[in-house]
Write a protein that binds this ligand. Sequence first.
Ligand code: HEM
Length: 140
Amino acid sequence: MSGSESSLYERLGGVYAISAVIDHFSDQLLKNEKVVNANPYLKEWHTQEFKVRLPGLKFLRTLWACSVTGGPFQYAGRPLGEAHLNFRIPPEVFDEVAEELERSLKHFHVPERERSEVLAAFNANKSGVTAGSILPTLKK
Ligand code: HEM
């Protein structure tokens, strides 16, 4: 590409490399007790619902990542605020998930510049994704 900078999507290695990171990150989250045990909603998802929803979640997370990094894909899932509202995700759990993502990027030797760009795109959604944390917890 003469004269123009390649997209983050291209610098990450495209859909296969991004899928590998999302696959690893999503599996690691299931073992992260700070996330699994954060509240009853996240507990139920990570111990029960994941059994039928994890492959679809990996697909949608990969689609989101391929879209937001400038790849030739359009994210067509639900808006992130809506998708996460009922999980009542506290800001500190969001930060833990961001750290898990950083560990997965390092696991695949993604360079520092690209790691920080991916994390910036993730963190840009913090207020929307954690908006439900002010809702009361109704489950036991
Ligand atoms: C910028 C940050 C985040 C991004 C880009 C993201 C991405 C996504 C996407 C694309 C979906 C599918 C949405 C749909 O149903 O169409 C989703 C759902 C989900 N996210 Fe996130 N997420 C983020 C933060 C988090 C955090 C911090 C958690 C905490 C554990 C989390 C847990 C979940 C869970 C459990 C689902 C499954 C919902 C279902 O079964 O339908 N996400 N996320």
